[in-house]
Design a protein around this ligand. Structure first.
Ligand SMILES: [Zn+2]
Ligand SMILES: [Zn+2]
Length: 352
């Protein structure tokens, strides 16, 4: 095996360089070394790229990836050399109080690939090789049969499972599910609501092209630029509002919109990321409506198996969101396109 590899390294905000760096090696007995075959850019990567999340320089980015296992640590039991696996974007310890209660998103030692020291100092997967800790917990084998493609499975480690969890923890079959935001997580939530038997699924966004993509899943698109979306949702629900509303954006304006769409006694599910200390929301309205809140960092490894099974059965196919395929060598260009919102989802091939 080669001693060096290509990797997309963040030198400073807006500066990505594809560099030759040493191939990482296993340091813990629970680690595996993965030869990356596909990796994606995620909206979260834009936080360090745009400098909103300050990280040290020379971090290898990327937390959505799959590939073939090149080496396994002595304590890895479920994964063998040569297996093809997809990784969760988050690494949890599996042993703390929250992990034992099936809440790995709240793990006391939670780490995320490619986001620097503050988030656990794990190099990311936008590289030819990556070390994956706690591999038995963090990875899943890619099914050898069934209708899922590698392009679908890639998203089981992050956006697809995040969107799925946001819906499955909140809805019952027959429910009306409204989703605010048709970005990748919103689209994954919409697909999940359809797969889980929602009575009707409504997607609210301001970008007509995104709404068009959502409508291909059999959902109703509502253009928030063409009037108050609450009017459209009330109209579609006998003036009740939606049983479940998903805020897939993570911004105060989206949260206000989501609150206006949910029915009394309904559920507001928030996979969108909030890092602000406080947000100005009509709390009295939520109280009087008796709205149940579901939110927080996704418990990816709790839901990955269900998501992969639904992909294999042909019920979830998020690969339709892929807008660009590029080589890892074009990573700097890929980040520019992604930042300019000219791409929904970009796949990088580390071999080119
Ligand atoms: Zn992500
Ligand atoms: Zn834990």
């Amino acid at each position: 095996m080669a001693q060096t590899m290509k990797a997309a390294v963040l030198k400073a905000p807006h500066v990505i360089e594809v560099e030759d760096v040493p191939v990482p090696t296993i340091s813990e007995p629970t680690d595996i070394l993965l030869r990356v075959e596909r990796t994606a850019l995620c909206g979260t990567d834009l936080h360090p790229y745009e400098g909103r999340l300050e990280i040290e320089s020379d971090v290898i980015l990327g937390h959505e990836f799959l590939g073939t296992v090149e080496a396994v640590g002595s304590a890895v039991g479920q994964i063998a050399e040569g297996d093809r696996v997809v990784s969760s974007c988050v690494v949890s310890c599996g042993a703390c109080y929250q992990c034992r209660r099936h809440q790995p998103g709240n793990c006391a030692g939670s780490r995320i690939f490619g986001l620097g020291l503050a988030l656990g100092d794990l190099d990311g997967g936008q590289a030819e090789y990556v070390v994956v800790p706690s591999a038995d917990l963090t990875t899943r084998k890619i099914p050898e049969s069934g209708s899922a493609t590698d392009d679908d499975i890639l998203f089981a480690g992050d956006i697809m499972t995040t969107g799925y969890e946001a819906v499955v923890r909140a809805m019952r079959p027959g429910d009306t599910v409204a989703i605010v935001g048709a970005g990748p997580v919103g689209l994954c939530a919409a697909m999940s609501a359809v797969a889980l038997g929602a009575g009707q699924v409504i997607v609210v966004d301001r970008v007509p092209a995104r709404l068009k993509e959502a409508e291909t899943y059999g959902v109703v698109g509502v253009d928030a630029g063409q009037g108050n979306p609450a009017d459209a949702v009330l109209d579609l629900t006998d003036w009740r509002g939606a049983d479940v509303v998903v805020d897939a954006v993570g911004h105060e304006s989206a949260l206000l919109s989501a609150i206006s769409l949910v029915r009394a006694g309904g559920v507001l599910s928030i996979p969108g990321v909030y890092t602000e200390d406080s947000v100005d929301i009509p709390f009295g309205e939520l109280y009087l409506k008796g709205v149940k809140l579901e939110m927080g960092v996704s418990h990816i490894t709790e839901y990955m198996d269900e998501v992969i099974a639904l992909m294999s059965a042909g019920k979830l196919a998020p690969s339709t969101m892929i807008s660009h395929r590029m080589g890892l060598s074009e990573a700097a260009e890929a980040y520019k396109l992604f930042e300019a919102r000219e791409a929904t989802k970009i796949i990088l091939d580390p071999r080119s």
